[in-house]
Design a protein around this ligand. Structure first.
Ligand code: CU
Length: 167
């Protein structure tokens, strides 16, 4: 069966649409801080960040994670089945728009966990999505891992809603 020029035009059009869509998606992914587009979500459950040779358990709480509240982010790493300490561990928090500088050094906690507490603001745009980046050194090499979470608005009546920086 010989294809008509019309079919060829339609096929070319579809290829162009697909190419434009792919380019659009690539740009959108790049806008997500830290390349964390498909980072594990720790809003409702703990997650494991798999870096290949290192696996890092992430726990966040208390849940739901609230803006203007103290949220604790805990990390525990293992390599080859053995617990390892993350040197110079720092966790930073960003979202799709600038929301200030939120960098917190990890401190040792019980049972081999390392943790940081962070009070994060509520985004005035209504966007609840935040991204966490964990930077650390292991075996002398700088590494990073990414996760994501949603930050709920504080319950009404707490006096904290809409007051930036208030605990
Ligand atoms: Cu924001």
């Amino acid at each position: 069966m010989k294809r008509s020029p019309r079919v060829a035009e339609v096929v070319l059009g579809l290829v162009l649409v697909a190419a434009i869509a792919a380019a659009f998606l690539a740009v959108r992914q790049r806008q997500v801080p830290g390349g964390a587009a498909d980072a594990p979500d720790v809003s409702r459950a703990d997650a494991t960040l798999d870096l290949g040779d290192v696996r890092i358990s992430v726990s966040a709480g208390p849940r739901p994670l609230l803006a203007f509240s103290r949220n604790r982010f805990r990390f525990r790493a293992e390599k080859g089945g053995a617990a390892v300490a993350l040197d110079e561990g720092v966790v930073s928090f960003t979202m799709s728009m600038p929301m200030g500088d939120h960098r917190h050094a990890l401190v040792p906690a019980a049972d081999g966990w390392q943790e940081a507490e962070a009070v994060l603001p509520l985004c005035p745009s209504g966007n609840r999505r935040w991204f966490g980046q964990l930077d650390f050194t292991l075996d002398g090499r700088a590494r990073s891992a990414h996760f994501a979470f949603d930050l709920d608005a504080p319950p009404r009546g707490t006096g904290a809603e809409g007051v930036p920086g208030r605990l």
